[in-house]
Design a protein around this ligand. Structure first.
Ligand SMILES: Nc1ncnc2c1ncn2[C@@H]1O[C@H](COP(=O)(O)OS(=O)(=O)O)[C@@H](OP(=O)(O)O)[C@H]1O
Length: 372
C-alpha cells in the first residue's frame, strides 16, 4: 500500500474513534441534564406543595416586606399564581395571630377591696381578653424599669385581643394617672367602687386578718375614729370622687367605665355584658360560666364550663370549687347603729358628689334611706 493510502486510512480510523468519543460525551451530558431536570421538577413540585409550611413565617414575611409596595403589587397582580397570594395571606395571618406579650390596652385602676380581682378574673373568661395574673404596679412603683419591662410582664396575646392589667392603687396616685395618660391617652380604664362603709369594713378585716379575734385589735369604731382624727383612711377610702375627677381631667369619659362591686356580686353576667360593650368585644359570656356558691356567698367560676381550664392560667383560685381564695369574703365587723348613723352622715355628701360626677347611682345598702 502506498504511504498516502495508509495515512488516509489511519486518519479515518482516528476520526472514527474521536466521533465515538464525542457521541459518548453528548449522551452522558444529555443524561446528566435529564437527571437534573427530573430533580428540579421534583423539588419544584415539593416546594409548591409543602414549601410555605416549611419556611419560617417570619423569614417569609420579612422577604415580602423587603419588597417595595410597588413590587408587592406587581407581584400579586402580575403573578398568575394565586398561590403566592395565599402564601402571603397565610403568613400575614400567622404573624397577626402570633401570641406574644403586648402592652395593655385596658387597665383596672381601682379601687382596692371593691372586687377588682373577681372583675379581672371574670373578664378573662372572654376569648378576646387576656390579663396579668398579678398586679404589676408599673405606673406607681416600677415606672423607671421602662415600657419594655412592662410589656414583658404581660401574658402572650394575639393581635386584636384586649390585654388587661389591674393595679387598684393607680387611682390613688395622680402621678400614676398622668403617666398612664402619657403612655396611652386613648386607653380604656375600668374603675369599680363599693358602698364606702362596706369597703371600710373590708379593709378593717383585711388589716387584722392575721389574728382577727385578738383583743389587742381596736374595735371597728376605734379604728375609724382614729383614722377620722388623723383625717386619713375614712376620708380617703370613702371619698371616691376626687380620685375619679383626676381621671376625668385627662381621659374622655367614654373611655372610663365605672362599675359597682354590689352589681358584680349580684349579677356578674350583667356586669360582664357592660364591660364587653365598653371594650367593643363581641358578646361571649354565658350564664353557664358562673355558678353561685352558697358557702362562699359569691358567684364562682363554673368548673364544668368549657372555658374553665383556660381560666386557671389567669386567676389563682380554689381549683375544686372555682371560687377565689380565702382572702375574699372575710367576715366583716359589726357596726353599732349609732356609729353607723354617724358614718352615713359623714360619707353621704361624698356619694352625692360621686353620683353627680359619674352620672349614675348605685343602690348602696347603708345609704338606702339617706339617698332617696
Ligand atoms: N365573685 C366574687 N368572688 C370573690 N370576691 C368577690 C366577688 N365579687 C365581689 N367580691 C369582693 O371582692 C372583694 C375584694 O376586692 P378586691 O379583689 O378588689 O381586693 S384587693 O384590693 O385586690 O385586695 C371581697 O371583699 P371582702 O368580702 O371584704 O373580702 C369580696 O367582697
Amino acid at each position: 500500500m502506498p504511504q498516502l493510502a495508509r495515512d488516509i486510512l489511519l486518519s479515518l480510523s482516528a476520526r472514527k474513534v474521536h466521533r465515538e468519543k464525542m457521541q459518548n460525551r453528548i449522551v452522558k451530558l444529555f443524561l446528566l441534564i435529564s437527571a437534573w431536570t427530573v430533580v428540579l421538577a421534583i423539588l419544584l413540585i415539593a416546594s409548591h406543595r409543602f414549601g410555605h409550611r416549611a419556611i419560617n413565617s417570619q423569614q417569609l414575611l420579612r422577604s415580602f416586606s423587603e419588597l417595595t409596595p410597588d413590587m408587592q403589587n406587581n407581584r400579586s397582580s402580575s403573578s398568575s399564581s394565586s398561590n403566592d397570594r395565599n402564601i402571603r395571606k397565610s403568613v400575614l395571618g400567622n404573624v397577626k395571630n402570633e401570641r406574644k406579650p403586648r402592652l395593655p390596652n385596658c387597665l383596672i385602676i381601682g379601687f382596692s377591696k371593691c372586687g377588682t380581682l373577681a372583675l379581672r378574673g371574670f373578664l378573662s373568661l372572654h376569648p378576646d381578653i387576656v390579663s396579668t395574673l398579678r398586679e404589676i404596679r408599673y405606673f406607681t412603683l416600677f415606672y423607671k424599669k421602662g415600657v419594655e419591662w412592662y410589656r414583658n410582664q404581660m401574658p402572650p396575646s394575639k393581635e386584636g385581643q384586649v390585654t388587661i392589667e389591674k393595679t387598684p392603687s393607680y387611682i390613688l396616685d395622680p402621678e400614676a394617672i398622668e403617666r398612664i395618660h402619657e403612655y396611652n391617652s386613648s386607653i380604656k380604664l375600668i374603675i369599680i367602687v363599693r358602698d364606702p362603709i362596706t369597703r371600710l369594713q373590708s379593709i378593717y378585716s383585711h388589716t387584722f386578718s392575721d389574728d382577727p379575734k385578738s383583743l389587742k385589735n381596736p374595735t371597728f369604731k376605734e379604728w375609724c375614729d382614729e383614722n377620722l382624727r388623723r383625717g386619713q383612711r375614712v376620708m380617703h377610702v370613702a371619698n371616691y370622687a376626687p380620685h375619679i375627677e383626676q381621671v376625668y381631667k385627662l381621659f374622655p369619659k367614654e373611655n372610663v367605665l365605672v362599675l359597682s362591686e354590689e352589681d358584680l356580686e349580684e349579677n356578674p353576667m350583667r356586669v360582664m355584658r357592660e364591660a364587653e360593650e365598653f371594650l367593643g368585644l363581641k358578646p361571649s359570656f354565658s350564664k353557664d360560666d358562673f355558678v353561685y356558691s352558697k358557702e362562699k356567698g359569691f358567684y364562682c367560676f363554673n368548673t364544668s364550663s368549657p372555658h374553665y381550664p383556660e381560666i386557671l392560667e389567669s386567676v389563682v383560685l380554689n381549683r375544686k370549687t372555682g371560687c377565689l381564695g380565702s382572702g375574699k369574703g372575710r367576715e366583716h365587723p359589726d357596726i353599732d347603729e349609732k356609729f353607723l348613723k354617724q358614718l352615713v352622715e359623714v360619707i353621704r355628701p361624698f356619694n352625692v358628689r360621686l353620683f353627680k360626677l359619674i352620672g349614675k347611682k348605685f343602690s348602696w345598702e347603708n345609704f338606702k334611706d339617706s339617698l332617696r
